[in-house]
Design a protein around this ligand. Structure first.
Ligand code: G3P
Ligand code: MG
Length: 249
């Protein structure tokens, strides 16, 4: 067993650069990270964008939801200045840009599908365009995950060859548990929340035949302890804190 779990730079190196931007993915790479995690949603015209929230408020100089906007709007929205003036002019990337960046730099990816809750009519478009976009992925180190298990099921039905992560948050008790759902969708991994996670739960997931990738772990000592429990991977905002040999895994 290794001293550290595999490391995914969560939304890129999101403690060093604005999350879910090419700048954050570049920083992750500069830190030596071999994998990135990012969140994907859809705009009104079907453009797939890489963003965490349902609205532009927190991570851009704009506001409100983006499900009424389209591709041309991405060029005018600043997604970096909120983080630091050094990142002004950073843009919300399209999914295709992030995949191209990862391909060019040999990065593994965890693509998290984050369907816009406010725009359920766009769900089909999201899935349809996602299926086209991922044909450009050139790595086998590629995992698709979602808290939205209906979306994950739809994705799995269309692309059963792609490895899945069953994401769940402890507060979210609705719908099937990982015991039921991850098996049904033949997931490769379960992605539990760090808060409240126990050694016993990790053992149970692994005994059920799944890998365990934990979010979000921003402390090196905790990462080491999780590895000793058998955790396979962690999502961290702080890849810069980890030794090179941990990042190289
Ligand atoms: O995919 C792991 C983690 O990103 C899930 O939570 O809210 O940061 O997307 P969130
Ligand atoms: Mg995420």
């Amino acid at each position: 067993m290794s001293e550290f779990p595999r490391i995914f730079a969560h939304r890129g190196a999101s403690s060093l650069a604005p999350e879910n931007t090419i700048a954050a993915f570049s920083k992750a790479m500069e830190c030596g990270a071999k994998r990135i995690e990012f969140d994907v949603d859809v705009m009104g015209d079907g453009t797939l964008l890489v963003i965490h929230d349902d609205t532009l408020d927190r991570t851009t100089n704009s506001s409100g939801p983006y499900h009424g906007l389209g591709y041309s709007d991405l060029r005018r929205i600043d997604a970096g200045a909120w983080f630091s003036p050094a990142y002004r002019f950073e843009r919300i990337p399209e999914l295709a840009d992030v995949i191209a960046f990862a391909n060019a730099n040999g990065l593994g990816m965890n693509l998290e599908i984050k369907p816009c809750r406010a725009a359920t009519e766009l769900r089909e478009k999201l899935l349809e365009n996602l299926l086209v976009a991922i044909d450009r992925v050139r790595t086998t180190d590629f995992l698709v995950s979602s808290f939205d298990h209906d979306m994950l099921a739809g994705f799995h039905a269309a692309r059963p060859d792609i490895a899945l992560g069953w994401l769940h948050a402890r507060a979210d008790q609705a719908g099937p548990t990982w015991q039921e759902g991850a098996r049904l969708l033949q997931c490769r991994a379960v992605h539990p929340q760090l808060e409240g996670l126990t050694r016993e739960e990790v053992a149970e997931i692994r005994e059920a035949g799944f890998e365990v990738n934990v979010w979000t772990v921003n402390d090196v000592a905790t990462a080491r302890e999780l590895a000793s429990w058998g955790v396979d991977g962690i999502f961290t905002d702080r890849p810069q804190d980890f030794p090179a040999e941990a990042l190289a895994r």
